[in-house]
Design a protein around this ligand. Structure first.
Ligand code: F6R
Ligand code: MG
Ligand code: MG
Length: 367
């Protein structure tokens, strides 16, 4: 059986008119470099797309995860793109390229990465989710629904291949620990963690049938304390395998129909609904949001990509989008009050220490 690695590496290297979307010349430059890598045999196939101000490079190859050549190719492509972004004077040009020299893989260097090595099934469908103005924990709720909620995924109840359940690898980003939990047995314990997506983040999901192996992976890079400093939210990407023993594509997409409320709206310090959108709505303007997610469906055959299908480009998601905009209005009306603003410890910006300092002499003990 063919072993194929699916790698998505993403970065925000600058955008036009604030944090709205990249410039076409930047995307073209990134794409040209990746295409050169494909013709030189570093990778087999690729696609480049953007969601809001983040550029995503999807690559397939046979070199396994964390491969220096593959990561190096994406790093160089982003470097070249960032040069163009700087020439054009784009906003936040090069912002996610935190280091000067490449040292083997992009982890800890700014870009986000989601990758999985799989044994290709005769037909191998998968979905790539790219999100902007949110954080990796935004995928906690949908991944739980996809792989553990029988009200979402009918296959958990009626397909003998899914009935055994799935395992979840969860990161604690404060204590830098990970744990693997098994559903349905540990479902309540799992929820006790992942219901707090600012701290506990689903990194991977595995099929309990080891022959099928990995089911999903999420980028979590910036959640680590890069250089000892919490650098906060990072617009995430996820890869989810579908069909024949995994949830159906329709079950995977169904998890995005609430729409659930996530962190990352305006200044990374507010909450908004995660709006499922087609690529044509992947520019992000209102109040630097609301957070949104694109779903691209592919098949892979001997490393060759077939697709994408722009999966949220379906009239059946119109009502979800309408509901999301209603929720946006209600949250926005809260302005500086929670739950529109995040709890203090999750704010990317705050003036509170200064305000308290200025009030120092006026603050009295309450008797
Ligand atoms: C960036 C983002 C934006 C910025 C905001 C302020 O992805 O979420 O909401 O935080 O536009 O940006 P600065 O501080 O760069 O002016
Ligand atoms: Mg940005
Ligand atoms: Mg972004």
């Amino acid at each position: 059986m063919v072993k194929t690695t699916i790698t998505v590496i993403k970065a925000d290297i600058g955008s036009v008119a604030g944090h709205v979307m990249p410039h076409e010349d930047v995307i073209k430059t990134v794409e040209e470099h990746v295409s050169k890598g494909a013709s030189e045999g570093v990778i087999i196939d690729y696609r480049v797309f953007h969601v809001g101000d983040d550029i995503f490079i999807l690559m397939t190859h046979d070199k396994g995860t964390d491969n220096p050549d593959v990561h190096g190719l994406a790093w160089e492509a982003f470097k070249k793109g960032a040069e163009v972004a700087k020439e054009l004077g784009l906003y936040a040009a090069g912002q996610d390229l935190l280091k000067d020299a490449f040292s083997g893989n992009v982890r800890g260097m700014g870009p986000g990465v989601a990758e999985m090595e799989i044994e290709e099934r005769p037909a191998e469908p998968f979905v790539v989710f790219g999100a902007d103005k949110t954080e990796p924990g935004a995928f906690n709720l949908p991944l739980f629904k996809i792989f553990a909620d029988p009200f979402n995924t009918a296959g958990l109840v009626i397909d003998p291949r899914l009935h055994v359940g799935f395992k979840f690898e969860v990161y604690d980003i404060i204590e830098n620990k990970r744990v693997i939990m098994s559903t349905p047995e540990e479902m309540y314990d799992l929820l006790a963690l992942i219901g707090h997506p600012g701290r506990y983040v689903i990194k991977r999901v595995y099929h309990k049938n080891e022959k099928l192996g990995i089911a999903a992976v999420v980028s979590t890079e910036k959640l680590n304390f890069i250089a000892g400093k919490y650098v906060g939210k990072d617009d995430p990407v996820a890869i989810v395998r579908a069909q024949s023993g995994f949830p159906a594509v329709g079950e995977i997409l169904e998890a995005f129909t609430i729409p659930h409320i996530v962190s990352g709206f305006m200044r990374g310090s507010h909450r908004g609904p995660l709006v499922p959108v087609p690529l044509r709505y992947a520019k992000v303007s209102r109040f630097d949001g609301p957070p949104r997610v694109v779903a691209l469906g592919f098949n892979v055959k001997n490393g060759r990509l077939i697709g994408p299908v722009d999966l949220f480009d379906d009239v059946a998601f119109d009502e979800v989008r309408r509901r999301a905009l209603m929720i946006t209005d209600i949250l926005r009306a809260h302005g500086p009050f929670e739950p529109e603003v995040l709890p203090l410890e999750e704010m990317e910006y705050t003036t509170l220490p200064k305000v308290l300092e200025a009030l120092k002499d006026r603050r009295e003990n309450i008797e």
